[in-house]
Design a protein around this ligand. Sequence first.
Ligand SMILES: NC(=O)CC[C@H](N)C(=O)O
Length: 224
Amino acid sequence: MTKTIRIGVLALQGAFIEHIHALNSLRNIEHISNVIEVRTKEELASVDALIIPGGESTTIALVAERSGMLDDLRAFVQTKPTWGTCAGLILLSKNAIHTKKGGQQLLNVLPVTVYRNQFGRQVDSFTIKLSSPCLDAVSDGSTNVPFEYVFIRAPAIASIDDPEVESLVSLPPGHGHTEITENGVLVAVKYRNLLGTSFHPELTTDNRWHRYFVRMALGETAQS
Ligand SMILES: NC(=O)CC[C@H](N)C(=O)O
Protein backbone atom coordinates (compact mmCIF):
# COMPACT_ATOMS: atom_id res chain seq x y z
CA MET A 1 0.00 0.00 0.00
CA THR A 2 1.29 3.48 -0.80
CA LYS A 3 2.27 5.48 2.22
CA THR A 4 0.52 8.78 2.87
CA ILE A 5 2.28 11.77 4.35
CA ARG A 6 1.39 14.50 6.78
CA ILE A 7 2.73 17.86 5.58
CA GLY A 8 3.34 20.95 7.67
CA VAL A 9 3.71 24.56 6.61
CA LEU A 10 5.78 26.72 8.95
CA ALA A 11 3.26 29.36 10.01
CA LEU A 12 5.33 31.87 11.97
CA GLN A 13 5.14 34.68 9.37
CA GLY A 14 4.63 35.14 5.64
CA ALA A 15 2.62 33.42 2.91
CA PHE A 16 1.76 30.17 4.71
CA ILE A 17 -2.03 30.14 4.13
CA GLU A 18 -1.55 30.05 0.36
CA HIS A 19 0.66 26.95 0.68
CA ILE A 20 -1.96 25.29 2.89
CA HIS A 21 -4.60 25.97 0.20
CA ALA A 22 -2.36 24.62 -2.57
CA LEU A 23 -1.65 21.43 -0.60
CA ASN A 24 -5.31 20.97 0.29
CA SER A 25 -6.18 21.21 -3.41
CA LEU A 26 -4.02 18.11 -3.91
CA ARG A 27 -5.48 15.94 -1.17
CA ASN A 28 -7.61 13.90 -3.58
CA ILE A 29 -4.81 13.59 -6.13
CA GLU A 30 -1.64 12.94 -4.14
CA HIS A 31 -1.03 10.79 -1.07
CA ILE A 32 -1.47 13.46 1.58
CA SER A 33 -3.14 12.42 4.83
CA ASN A 34 -3.10 15.80 6.51
CA VAL A 35 -1.93 19.39 6.05
CA ILE A 36 -1.22 21.45 9.18
CA GLU A 37 0.14 24.85 10.20
CA VAL A 38 3.32 24.43 12.24
CA ARG A 39 3.99 26.90 15.06
CA THR A 40 5.48 24.73 17.79
CA LYS A 41 8.15 22.07 18.07
CA GLU A 42 5.45 19.51 18.92
CA GLU A 43 3.64 20.28 15.65
CA LEU A 44 6.97 20.09 13.81
CA ALA A 45 7.67 16.67 15.32
CA SER A 46 4.27 15.44 14.05
CA VAL A 47 4.89 16.06 10.31
CA ASP A 48 6.74 14.03 7.67
CA ALA A 49 7.59 17.00 5.45
CA LEU A 50 7.69 20.78 5.79
CA ILE A 51 7.30 23.90 3.65
CA ILE A 52 9.06 27.06 4.82
CA PRO A 53 7.14 29.86 3.09
CA GLY A 54 8.11 33.22 1.67
CA GLY A 55 7.91 36.26 3.90
CA GLU A 56 10.79 37.89 5.70
CA SER A 57 13.63 35.51 6.49
CA THR A 58 14.96 37.60 9.38
CA THR A 59 11.52 37.70 11.02
CA ILE A 60 10.84 33.98 10.52
CA ALA A 61 14.20 33.15 12.13
CA LEU A 62 13.56 35.55 15.01
CA VAL A 63 10.09 34.17 15.74
CA ALA A 64 11.40 30.60 15.49
CA GLU A 65 14.11 31.46 18.00
CA ARG A 66 11.64 33.12 20.38
CA SER A 67 9.29 30.15 20.05
CA GLY A 68 12.17 27.87 21.09
CA MET A 69 12.01 25.85 17.89
CA LEU A 70 15.11 26.97 15.96
CA ASP A 71 17.18 23.95 17.06
CA ASP A 72 14.32 21.58 16.26
CA LEU A 73 14.00 23.15 12.82
CA ARG A 74 17.75 22.76 12.29
CA ALA A 75 17.50 19.07 13.15
CA PHE A 76 14.37 18.53 11.01
CA VAL A 77 15.84 19.96 7.82
CA GLN A 78 18.92 17.74 8.08
CA THR A 79 16.93 14.65 7.11
CA LYS A 80 13.22 15.35 6.48
CA PRO A 81 11.82 16.55 3.14
CA THR A 82 11.71 20.34 3.30
CA TRP A 83 10.88 22.94 0.68
CA GLY A 84 11.94 26.55 1.19
CA THR A 85 10.28 29.15 -1.03
CA CYS A 86 11.79 32.65 -1.27
CA ALA A 87 12.52 33.61 2.37
CA GLY A 88 12.38 29.85 3.07
CA LEU A 89 15.16 29.28 0.52
CA ILE A 90 17.28 31.92 2.27
CA LEU A 91 16.72 30.20 5.62
CA LEU A 92 17.72 26.78 4.27
CA SER A 93 20.93 28.06 2.66
CA LYS A 94 24.42 27.78 4.10
CA ASN A 95 25.43 31.23 2.89
CA ALA A 96 23.56 34.43 2.19
CA ILE A 97 24.94 37.65 0.79
CA HIS A 98 23.39 41.07 0.92
CA THR A 99 22.01 40.19 4.35
CA LYS A 100 20.77 42.55 7.02
CA LYS A 101 23.49 44.50 8.84
CA GLY A 102 24.97 42.24 11.49
CA GLY A 103 24.05 39.08 9.56
CA GLN A 104 21.09 36.79 10.09
CA GLN A 105 20.32 33.30 11.39
CA LEU A 106 20.27 30.57 8.74
CA LEU A 107 19.37 26.89 9.07
CA ASN A 108 22.65 26.27 7.31
CA VAL A 109 21.88 23.04 5.46
CA LEU A 110 21.52 23.72 1.71
CA PRO A 111 25.01 24.15 0.19
CA VAL A 112 24.31 27.20 -1.94
CA THR A 113 24.98 30.91 -1.61
CA VAL A 114 21.87 33.01 -2.02
CA TYR A 115 21.85 36.64 -2.95
CA ARG A 116 19.02 38.33 -1.03
CA ASN A 117 16.70 40.76 -2.82
CA GLN A 118 18.44 39.96 -6.09
CA PHE A 119 15.61 41.32 -8.20
CA GLY A 120 15.12 44.59 -6.33
CA ARG A 121 12.34 45.87 -4.13
CA GLN A 122 8.63 45.12 -3.81
CA VAL A 123 7.81 47.47 -6.73
CA ASP A 124 10.18 45.47 -8.94
CA SER A 125 8.10 42.29 -8.51
CA PHE A 126 7.47 40.47 -11.77
CA THR A 127 6.14 37.28 -13.30
CA ILE A 128 7.61 35.22 -16.12
CA LYS A 129 6.33 32.16 -17.98
CA LEU A 130 8.92 29.46 -18.53
CA SER A 131 8.72 25.83 -19.48
CA SER A 132 10.44 23.64 -16.90
CA PRO A 133 11.24 20.05 -17.86
CA CYS A 134 11.38 19.02 -14.20
CA LEU A 135 7.60 19.57 -14.02
CA ASP A 136 6.79 17.19 -16.89
CA ALA A 137 6.47 14.30 -14.44
CA VAL A 138 3.61 16.12 -12.67
CA SER A 139 1.94 17.59 -15.76
CA ASP A 140 -0.50 14.72 -16.37
CA GLY A 141 1.20 13.46 -19.52
CA SER A 142 1.78 16.89 -21.12
CA THR A 143 5.27 18.19 -21.71
CA ASN A 144 6.69 21.68 -21.86
CA VAL A 145 3.64 23.34 -20.28
CA PRO A 146 4.96 26.75 -19.13
CA PHE A 147 4.70 27.65 -15.45
CA GLU A 148 4.05 31.23 -14.39
CA TYR A 149 6.83 32.19 -11.97
CA VAL A 150 6.14 34.99 -9.47
CA PHE A 151 9.09 36.92 -7.99
CA ILE A 152 8.63 39.26 -5.02
CA ARG A 153 11.80 40.68 -3.44
CA ALA A 154 13.22 37.31 -4.29
CA PRO A 155 16.68 35.91 -3.72
CA ALA A 156 18.66 34.19 -6.47
CA ILE A 157 21.08 31.33 -6.10
CA ALA A 158 24.43 33.00 -6.70
CA SER A 159 26.49 29.81 -6.47
CA ILE A 160 26.19 26.09 -5.93
CA ASP A 161 28.68 25.03 -3.28
CA ASP A 162 28.40 21.24 -3.57
CA PRO A 163 28.34 19.21 -6.81
CA GLU A 164 25.40 17.18 -5.48
CA VAL A 165 23.10 20.22 -5.78
CA GLU A 166 20.87 19.82 -8.82
CA SER A 167 19.89 22.94 -10.84
CA LEU A 168 16.21 22.86 -11.78
CA VAL A 169 15.22 26.28 -13.18
CA SER A 170 17.14 29.34 -14.40
CA LEU A 171 15.79 32.63 -15.67
CA PRO A 172 17.10 33.86 -19.00
CA PRO A 173 19.85 36.52 -18.80
CA GLY A 174 18.64 40.03 -18.22
CA HIS A 175 16.90 39.55 -14.88
CA GLY A 176 18.41 40.62 -11.61
CA HIS A 177 21.78 42.16 -10.90
CA THR A 178 24.28 41.95 -13.72
CA GLU A 179 27.10 40.30 -11.78
CA ILE A 180 25.40 36.88 -11.70
CA THR A 181 23.25 36.96 -14.80
CA GLU A 182 25.70 36.08 -17.55
CA ASN A 183 24.35 32.56 -17.95
CA GLY A 184 20.92 33.21 -16.54
CA VAL A 185 19.88 33.30 -12.91
CA LEU A 186 19.39 30.07 -10.99
CA VAL A 187 16.11 30.08 -9.07
CA ALA A 188 15.34 26.45 -8.17
CA VAL A 189 17.55 23.66 -6.84
CA LYS A 190 17.20 20.22 -5.30
CA TYR A 191 19.66 18.66 -2.87
CA ARG A 192 19.03 15.34 -1.13
CA ASN A 193 15.87 15.92 1.02
CA LEU A 194 15.71 19.63 0.19
CA LEU A 195 14.00 21.74 -2.46
CA GLY A 196 14.80 25.45 -2.69
CA THR A 197 12.95 27.90 -4.94
CA SER A 198 13.18 31.71 -5.18
CA PHE A 199 9.67 32.19 -6.52
CA HIS A 200 6.15 31.94 -5.06
CA PRO A 201 4.30 28.98 -6.65
CA GLU A 202 1.61 29.24 -3.97
CA LEU A 203 0.44 32.53 -5.53
CA THR A 204 -0.69 30.84 -8.74
CA THR A 205 -3.46 28.30 -9.26
CA ASP A 206 -1.01 25.94 -10.93
CA ASN A 207 -0.12 23.40 -8.24
CA ARG A 208 2.56 21.46 -10.12
CA TRP A 209 5.42 22.62 -7.89
CA HIS A 210 3.43 21.43 -4.87
CA ARG A 211 2.89 18.10 -6.60
CA TYR A 212 6.60 17.93 -7.36
CA PHE A 213 7.42 18.41 -3.68
CA VAL A 214 4.81 15.91 -2.49
CA ARG A 215 6.21 13.28 -4.88
CA MET A 216 9.72 14.08 -3.70
CA ALA A 217 8.61 13.81 -0.07
CA LEU A 218 6.85 10.51 -0.72
CA GLY A 219 10.05 9.17 -2.26
CA GLU A 220 12.08 10.39 0.68
CA THR A 221 9.74 9.02 3.31
CA ALA A 222 8.58 5.84 1.56
CA GLN A 223 9.07 2.70 3.60
CA SER A 224 8.72 -0.84 2.37
N1 LIG B 1 9.03 37.14 -0.89
C1 LIG B 1 9.96 36.85 -0.03
O1 LIG B 1 9.95 35.80 0.65
C2 LIG B 1 11.02 37.89 0.16
C3 LIG B 1 12.22 37.43 0.96
C4 LIG B 1 12.87 38.62 1.64
N2 LIG B 1 13.48 39.50 0.69
C5 LIG B 1 13.88 38.11 2.66
O2 LIG B 1 15.01 38.40 2.58
O3 LIG B 1 13.51 37.40 3.54
